[in-house]
Design a protein. Structure first.
Lengths: 151, 151, 151, 151
């Protein structure tokens, strides 16, 4: 398992140095070998359906992709426990989403939202991650599955 | 086919009244019975990989969903040519993405991007739309398929 | 919840009266409000990679779709507890797969396989179901998500 | 471009040596750098909805996966024009479906069916292929997108 400092650094980098994540207001509230949780608050800019004040589908897809990609990055780190930080960083910089699927099961209503991502499999080349997005009442709003290139 | 004024109004509404579309800077450059084209420029806020200046995957997913959903809306309008505007608006307000799949085939590099969406089928309840995102050099960057609830 | 006889009849119908399910040798080992489990044995006819004796990807997709569709049918029955059998049968006959996604996470090796399906949401028109396929050693081989038209 | 004999051998191997392909009755009617076409006839064994005589969704998924995987194999061969047959065979034996998505747009009615597959991108590790299934009247019945591991 990668050292806690490395994990913390990963979360900080993704939240602070990725412009679009900042624009959305994404923060990481959990990140360990089991799960990555990304949280964000509803705000006028993120609305898709202006009549009903519902979250834009693209915001949901974005949060789900970020949680999934971060979890894939952690999976990659767990698979390479002996790697030097530079080597790891190099691998991480080449990590990318191959494909992403989102199921929108309920309208995106709520004050704040949390996306959790759990790894289903990390292979030598591909990681598969499943994601769920809930609102503050724990209502399931969307599901995702992402395939990430990790090798 | 719906009247040109109605189509223009649809595009204007989606571009101007949807906050997140404005945040991304999406504009509609084409919208007819064949295709919906959504265009946007690269800008610092939309970046995902800050080292390489590549578009965030969520931005790509957002643009693809907007093009697909708009095309599904037009498909719905074409299926109901006799409807009164109020009736249509009511139907349109209930239109939603059921699911969305994005294939990221190349890194999102470019000055500006265009997503085109074409309908594959409009049924009584569900529309299936396929999307492609290219940059200004016509390099294919991402593909999408969306299923939309239209009835 | 529909009566046990109705559920049993549903499972029997799907296993016995659907020719392709019989060809694959699918049986229902569990079917209740929580989960639908479909089981089948490996046999020479179902092989895709003849050098390695691995299950054909299409067999995996088939079993996953059957488990998902059956669970969607049960979800539809639970949503309409007061319906007459004829009415239900009519609804069930119009149930169909809108789309299906399969993630192949490990090669399909094993003596027998089980696909479990759990409903994530049953709406008035669409049901979303998630599926997993394991072998007899409980190794995860494939994952699926299906969207089914139920109304 | 690989030699015609190699391509022919590929098609023959997939049609004759893959048990499940034989069970379904799949044949290759076209295979070149542009497209792979897989054909099969409707027959009682392949039916899913016995009341309406409609093709089983799993049969559709199977045919779509076979066309897509074969096209990915050809893409891999085109990317490695200088490889020795043994080397190529080794690469081909490790080719696998990462994930597959099927959109069922119309019921599978018809006497015979054709699935065409076209490559959207072959990278060093992953190929993305899009597929369509039509019946003998050229009615579009299903669409697919597959991601294949090629490196």
């Amino acid at each position: 398992m990668p050292k806690p400092e490395l994990i913390e650094q990963l979360a900080e980098t993704f939240a602070e140095k990725v412009p679009f994540n900042k624009l959305l207001g994404l923060t990481f509230t959990e990140l360990d070998r089991e799960v990555c949780v990304v949280k964000f608050h509803n705000k006028p800019d993120l609305v898709g359906n202006y009549i009903q004040g519902i979250l834009h589908g693209g915001v949901i897809a974005s949060a789900i992709d970020v949680a999934g990609g971060t979890m894939a990055a952690l999976g990659l780190m767990q698979k390479n426990p002996e790697s030097h930080p530079e080597e790891l960083l190099d691998k991480l910089s080449r990590l990318g989403t191959i494909d992403l699927r989102i199921d929108y099961v309920r309208p995106g209503r709520g004050e704040w939202f949390e996306t959790s991502a759990r790894i289903l499999r990390v292979g030598n080349k591909v990681a598969v991650v499943r994601m769920e997005l809930h609102n503050e009442s724990n209502t399931l709003i969307a599901l995702g599955t992402g395939t990430y290139l990790v090798g």
